[in-house]
Design a binder for this molecule. Structure first.
Ligand SMILES: Nc1ncnc2c1ncn2[C@@H]1O[C@H](COP(=O)(O)OP(=O)(O)OP(=O)(O)O)[C@@H](O)[C@H]1O
Ligand SMILES: [Mg+2]
Length: 287
């Protein structure tokens, strides 16, 4: 069935929205914007792990539009309070926050930006799940955020190791937080010596295979930059650009994902299997 506002076709859509609205995040909180500003992100520990130049300072990342969005979520009870910023990127910012029952959550807020929407638009073309592609910048970004939510949901339902998707509204996505207290899990790229590298490699290869065969998706940007290392386990994030296995470029993306993963393990000195053999195993074809 077709969603009027964003052109996304998915039979899971209604079920998904029901789940979202019944997800237990309905309690009201009275936190006001002032409080948010005061509490805004003391979080030295979060800042500490996040010091590259491109990362904005804590104060400058909350632009007015984001304030409005966050404030709405605080008012409606989807969020209790915002603790700090985990990452400020070109397309999105990610925050550590607390939801109902003080559950730690990660909020990913996509920036409404016309340059971003331009490449997103190109990326969406060719995905059979999108019939009409909106022209409006905000709507494309909303569509993109909902795509990440749906992909997360699909992967999570297939039992894969991704953050649990919790809530989506416009450009704001709430998901399970991966980390210990105010220290978010590191990216795999920052781990030079994982404890059991062969086991880790096999877990990631298992992820690629199940994502393809059961969830019918290809991640499309899988690398050590989008895999978190938590409790010695890999957790895959940043799945917005994932495409269905029917997408014309699915195989190209799959090959790229496999190459990236193999390169990382090769770099850290793990003996890697033949990537081509693994590719055929994933798509379930004789060589
Ligand atoms: N659920 C989560 N729990 C903890 N940290 C997270 C979570 N999701 C994302 N992050 C952190 O935020 C960073 C950015 O998230 P993500 O990769 O999804 O966005 P992005 O738009 O690709 O940003 P970037 O360009 O910085 O990679 C991640 O590299 C990770 O450090
Ligand atoms: Mg990323």
């Amino acid at each position: 069935m077709e969603k009027k506002n964003n052109g996304f076709i998915d039979e899971d859509e209604e079920e998904l929205e029901r789940e979202v609205s019944n997800d237990g995040f309905n309690k009201k909180f009275n936190t006001r914007l002032d409080d948010l500003e005061k509490k805004k992100i003391d979080s030295i520990r979060i800042k500490k792990i996040d010091q590259t130049k491109k990362r904005a300072t804590v104060d400058s990342v909350f632009d007015e539009r984001m304030y409005l969005n966050i404030n709405k979520l605080l008012k409606t009870g989807h969020l209790n309070r915002i603790e700090g910023i985990i990452s400020a990127g070109k397309e999105a910012n990610v925050y550590l926050a607390y939801g109902e029952n003080n559950r730690e959550v990660a909020i990913k807020i996509y920036k409404i930006d016309s340059n971003t929407s331009r490449w997103m638009r190109n990326y969406i073309i060719g995905d059979p799940r999108f019939k009409k592609i909106p022209h409006n910048v905000s709507k494309i970004i909303f569509l993109w955020a909902s795509k990440e939510f749906k992909n997360l949901k699909r992967a999570y339902k297939a039992g894969l190791s991704v953050p649990e998707p919790i809530y989506i509204k416009n450009n704001v996505l709430i998901m399970e937080y991966i980390g210990f207290g105010s220290i978010p899990a590191p990216k795999l790229k920052d781990i030079k010596f994982p404890k059991e590298p062969i086991k880790l490699l096999n877990e990631i290869l298992g992820f690629i295979k199940t994502l393809y065969q059961n969830a019918k998706l290809v991640h499309g940007d899988l690398s050590e930059f989008n895999i978190l290392y938590h409790n010695q386990k890999p957790i895959v994030i940043d799945i917005s650009q994932a495409v269905t296995t029917h997408h014309p470029k699915a195989e190209v993306y799959l090959v790229r994902d496999i190459k990236n993963v193999f390169n990382y393990f090769d770099k850290i000195g793990v003996e890697i299997p033949n990537p081509e053999d693994f590719y055929y195993e994933v798509i379930n074809l004789e060589k």
